[in-house]
Design a protein around this ligand. Structure first.
Ligand code: GLA
Ligand code: ZN
Length: 677
């Protein structure tokens, strides 16, 4: 048990966090002097060090070389730069693997990974756990009360690039985990539905991870393996965290999340959010042709939500391009500042980067950095210095909280379940629905909190459920209570279908939502690729859907839009159900942007969500408020100057100018007004 309550914000950091991953071991020590001088020039307040340094700190088993780290922390401290100190457990040294080759993870196909990259770890491996505990203890003993230490950064991005290992140690660990979860193998047989395809187990000893099978593996087994892999990584995090709390009391412990990255769907951040002292997140723009600032806003909102609304820190993003996508565009002038301040608007207590100085060698040398290969006579450097000054002028936003207008339900377990094999339509992607509903809310200038399906929703006038295939009975009761008490709910198709074991809820679809929505779904009728259906609205207007349709039977709900063609012609496409004091909407096809906007237009009316004053598309307005005041962030993502109506006058913090009535936000610029009063 910790002797004192851990802090929830970086120790000794009195400004917003600004800096990056600092890997000085890649450079001769003579360069370090230049580093700290330039950090000061840029206004760097904190750096993350030591994340990948195990092989240097412990060059052979039990032999330590802390000299360079001592000099580094002292140097940073002398220059007033706070340190986010990594435990290097994401990268065990080669001597460790040569002694314990079975700590290398194994794929579902039985291929064991080799040393020579990073993050090759079987989290069930007892030798790994012992070695990780040992280096963590050594570090905590040595630096636990170092004056530069602001917080501990455990490991790095649990869950990527290896989300699960399928080796024999994991198999044994999985069996123990299952025995604890189910008690008896009969209970497991029931939950997994092993009567199907003759999979009945006589003993836990017979069960293996869902390794490669001839065809679809048991879905409940696969789903439990996701849970197991997540829980196993968390066990290792908690082990390190508890050592740090014990040896280095009072210093907050974090591990960097990647909340919204669809490649990182293997971690249940609701559960992790409860284990860290302070939520931190990494975010990189995915350049897939969609509006990257919308994805960024969603990631930031989700991060704030897993932090329970509390301030969090953006621990990594990029000054310009990354190097791990097929095509890695540079950021446009001003984009780095918009990105950084976009995260701050949504609750981040600063903006940090991967990495400080761009590497000359290794796999990430083409990844942008704060100090690029080109040095200080570069646009990136000038923008970095500018951003440091901007963040400095925003110090007073620390501790305030972002105000959300509406909530969206989000559950990693449902996402895992929905992505298993053999679903009615491979073109249905639950993440796409979440992204699209989010985008529609963003375009209405509404700020979104994410919520677990069983969380208290009473604070929100509107709750959106994009595609929540897996839903417990408890979540169904929660939504019913929410609507009965006056909430407005919008539910998209393929929600409420299975329980926590991927078993279809008893009775007609959508089990726990039938009463709330006032309908049943008799049959899914997925569409072929590129097939469209028309739907007609009450005023005769027409919209279209694709991917999915359903045979919906209203049982209390009124039909608002109707399928005009396709197999489901004449059946309801969108329904509305009054229940208690509230309203529940249901949409049974995949609406495009115009359809979602129309649907949300009706729902916000029911919910009486006050529409934001006239704002142009892609001009983002977000409010942070708290003891130190109310701060209106306006981010202009467009190429035209914009005007944002201001109900309360105030002082613009980046320019120092007064603003009243209307706030001018030049093309591509960010403005932050501290409202009077
Ligand atoms: C992740 C890692 C960093 C680095 C960056 C590059 O966020 O944590 O070490 O690899 O990606 O984008
Ligand atoms: Zn393993």
């Amino acid at each position: 048990m910790p002797e004192s309550m851990p802090e929830t914000s970086p120790r000794g950091l009195t400004r917003l966090a600004f800096g990056g991953d600092y890997n000085p071991e890649q450079w001769p020590e003579s360069v370090w002097q230049e580093d700290v001088r330039l950090m000061r020039e840029a206004g760097v307040t904190m750096v993350s060090v030591g994340i990948f340094s195990w092989a240097l700190l412990e060059p052979s088993p039990g032999v330590y070389d802390f000299g360079w780290m001592d000099r580094l922390l002292d140097l940073l401290h002398e220059h007033g730069i706070r340190v986010d100190l990594g435990t290097p457990t994401v990268c065990p040294p080669v001597w460790f693997y040569r002694a314990h080759p079975d700590a290398l993870p194994v794929t579902a196909d039985g291929v064991r990974h080799e040393f020579g990259s990073r993050a090759a770890i079987c989290h069930s491996n007892a030798d790994y756990r012992t070695a990780a505990a040992s280096i963590t203890t050594k570090l905590a003993e040595r630096y636990g009360d170092h004056p530069a230490l602001a917080m501990w950064h455990v490991h790095n991005e649990y869950g990527v690039p290896v989300s699960a290992c399928y080796c024999d140690s994991c198999a044994a660990h999985f069996r123990r985990w299952l025995a604890a979860a189910y008690g008896t193998v009969d209970a497991l047989n029931e939950a997994w539905g092993t009567a199907f395809w003759g999979q009945r187990y006589a003993a836990f000893e017979d069960i293996n991870p869902p390794r490669t099978t001839p065809t679809a593996v048991n879905p409940a087994q696969a789903l439990d393996y996701k849970r197991f892999a997540d829980a196993t990584m968390r066990e290792n995090f908690v082990m390190e965290r508890d050592i740090l709390h014990r040896v280095s009391p009072g210093v907050p412990v974090t591990t960097n999340f990647m909340t919204a990255l669809s490649q990182c769907d293997s971690v249940d951040y609701w559960a992790w959010g409860r284990e860290v002292d302070l939520v931190t997140n990494d975010h990189y723009l995915i350049t897939d042709g969609r509006r990257t600032h919308v994805n960024l806003a969603m990631a930031a909102d989700l991060t704030r939500s897993v932090a329970g609304g509390a301030p969090w820190i953006l621990l990594e993003h990029s000054t310009s391009g990354v190097n791990w996508q097929p095509r890695n565009p540079a950021k446009a002038p001003g984009q780095m500042a918009r990105n950084s301040l976009g995260h701050v608007a949504r609750g981040s207590e600063g903006a940090m980067f991967f990495q400080w100085r761009q590497s000359r060698r290794g796999a990430e040398k083409f990844h942008s950095a704060m100090l690029p290969h080109g040095g200080t006579d570069t646009r990136v450097w000038r923008e970095v210095v500018q951003l440091g000054a901007s963040l400095d002028s925003l110090s007073t936003v620390r501790g305030t909280r972002t105000r959300a207008d509406v909530a969206m339900l989000w559950d990693w377990h449902s996402w895992w379940a929905q992505n298993l094999d053999w679903r009615p339509n491979a073109d249905h992607d639950p993440r796409e629905r979440a992204d699209s509903f989010y985008e529609a809310l963003y375009d209405r200038h509404l700020t979104v909190d994410f919520a677990h399906p069983e969380a208290d929703l009473s604070a929100y006038p509107l709750v959106v459920v994009p595609a929540l295939y897996l839903m417990t009975e408890a979540a169904g009761r929660n939504l019913r209570r929410y609507v009965e008490n006056g909430g407005t709910l919008v539910v998209s198709y393929f929600s409420g279908i299975v329980d926590e074991h991927d078993a279809v809820h008893e009775g007609a679809y959508p089990g726990p939502l039938r009463d709330v929505l006032g309908l049943t779904v008799e049959e899914f009728s997925p569409l072929l690729q590129d097939q469209l259906v028309r739907i007609t609205g009450p005023d005769g207007s027409e919209l279209s859907g694709d991917v999915w349709t359903e045979f919906v039977v209203p049982r209390g709900a009124e039909t608002v839009w109707t399928y005009a063609d396709g197999l489901t012609a004449g059946h309801p496409a969108v329904t509305r159900h009054r229940l208690g004091e509230g309203t529940a909407w249901y949409v049974s096809t995949r609406l495009g942007a115009d359809g979602l906007d129309a649907l949300l237009g009706w729902a916000v009316e029911d919910a009486q969500v006050t529409p934001r004053a006239d704002l142009p598309r892609d001009v983002e307005v977000v409010l942070r408020a708290g003891e130190s005041g109310s701060f209106l962030f306006a981010i202009n993502h467009t190429a035209s100057d914009a005007k944002v109506p201001l109900e309360t006058p105030g002082t613009e913090l980046l320019t120092g100018e007064r603003a009243a009535g209307r706030l001018e936000v030049p093309a591509g610029a960010v403005r932050v007004v501290r409202l009077d009063g």
